[in-house]
Write a protein that binds this ligand. Sequence first.
Ligand code: DGJ
Length: 728
Amino acid sequence: MITFKDSTFHLRSQATSYVLAIAASGELVHAYWGAALREPEVLHRFNPHDIAFAPRLLQDRDDLIFSLDTTPREYPDYGRGDFRSPAIQVQTADGSTISALRYVSHSIRPGKPALEGLPATYVEADTEADTLEILLRDALTGLEVALSYTVFNELDAIARSARFTNKGSQPVRLLRALSASVDLPEAGFELLQLSGAWARERHVARTPLRSGMQSLESRRGASSHQQNPFIALLDPSATEDTGRVYGMNLVYSGNFLAQAEVDQLATTRISIGINPFDFSWLLEPGESFQTPEAVLVFSSEGLNGLSQRYHRLYRTRLCRGLWRDKVRPILINNWEATYFDFNAEKIEAIASTAGELGIELFVLDDGWFGHRNDDCTSLGDWTTDLKKLPAGLPDLVGRINARGLRFGLWFEPEMISPDSDLYRAHPDWCLHVAGRDRTEGRQQLVLDFSRPEVCDAIIEKISAVLASAPITYVKWDMNRHMSEIGSASLPPERQRETAHRYMLGLYRVMSEITGRFPEVLFESCSGGGGRFDPGILFYMPQTWTSDDSDAVERLKIQYGTSIVYPVSAQGAHVSACPNHQVGRVTSLAMRGHVAMSGNFGYELDLNQLTPEERETVRAQVALYKDLRGVIQTGTFYRLRSPFEGGDAAWMSVSEDGSRAVVFYFQVLAQPNPGTALLRLRGLDADRRYRVAELGRSLGGDVLMNAGLRVDFPHPGDFQSLIWQLERE
Ligand code: DGJ
């Protein structure tokens, strides 16, 4: 619901209010974001006794109080005395970088319009959300900015973005165009970020805010393993289940900036958007620029409350297509089983055992095309390697199908190997700058997806393979970051648009290919979880969470990922021991339970397992088939953090509340550990639940307040427990 009264907008969803107002001068001021208010009776936040720095810079001689520097602003521009970090900065034809955006008009409508060329949350019925659009104008240049706010009523989230249109007669250059900025009236928050590295993605880091700027960013041309386009501010006392938490997440897969700035008056400006570093965008008269969408979520029920809101929104109103609501297949992937060293017989042998054990999908990973026996060659040449698969791809797919499995295939569509026919034909199709070296990563270069003809060629090549055989799953990989970011097809004054134009091209390619093959399940990947962001989830409902398949490392990676992203988006596989990334040996049972906490699969040579291990796999597959509805679409609760102690626990409760599954993981055993009790969440306190593993039923009140006893039959490292609950 959105109301407008006394120059004040009140955006209200089920549990959240967001209030902004038009000041007498036409400046847009931010008034409130937090728990729902009945009426937006928000007091002016700035204190007239705050002199800040004398003399203050005043916008209006008749109003000695209103100063942009001490005012909470809604979409701060630059150059008129607000010394905090702006949301936008534009360079006008005279070379200056000042703007004065003031209110012109607004509209309030049911529903939510799509964002042209960009991924975004959506509605299926106009009653699900309302959208406020506020038009601002810089009178001198004619630059207009349409700020868009969509309030998802029941899903309890706000989506923000901005669209710039040059209505003047001179060109304007955007130097900075963030998607959202909010001035909160406090400074005592803690900042939570999801940071890491390859094989260590999205670790949770929580630190007190201090005076000045704290920022997270990517300059890699991808959202990245290193930082996720997400930032949260928390009350220092906030836990998984209590306290206020503010989250901002960018629906974008390229360079981003997320920052929190604590100012002299102990207020906090939190903002997110495309990284202004190495970015600019030229707007000729009449041209427009659309920013990506930022999704803002507030929770007064701690981090679980925040996560559950993001999960519901993303699972149901960001992900799309046939697979959005379908249970996901259990797969076997040959990468860690064979790497590049395979042939049709080897693949068939793995698939055959997989079929016997109940696995549903075989995924042929890297190495099936060109003459790719290692990672030095052939990207761009999407034709089957007949040395490895002499009877061709359709024949192999037929054989796998005959074993009862569907077939999936790996691609890396955005890349080109210098040793490829594509590169020999089109050496200028990669990102590069004339006269400079072309820095290779994993012996490959990045295709210039800012060029429509490059995108079109790749769409046709990938489509031809997908049309050639009954391929029902695609793993879409991306294995290096951008360097020498420049495009042979853009003029000098537009070179700094290349990285964003690449993203627009990528989204078009993904949209076209997924649209042509609506029945195919697409899983994105970027050297593991290097592009786990909501932008990609709009096109592909699941992502390979990390190249690190070690069960212990995965506890932190999956826990951190779940802060924002739903379980249904996380690929998780059981791999061989010693683990290929960290050399650790863990039990098959624990590896199974960790992988079952996401979209389950295997990534090992099943034929190397002992007969007993194979029976364990058979049982795991059967168990996951029974539980996957609860796990993939249930409400997820984090119970114990692997970042705080030597254990981890989480649970899922089915949408109708009738079933739940709880996982507990112990990393290292301790002598005399005492009695560990695990208190559950999300149950009905007044109902009883049958706990399969205990062979008895217990009250929801008991399970949530007294808890389950964590009891291993034998002491030992790397152990796990599962409890399956059924409401009586
Ligand atoms: C990186 C991915 O994350 C792996 O799973 C695998 O597909 C390799 N690339 C193949 O090159």
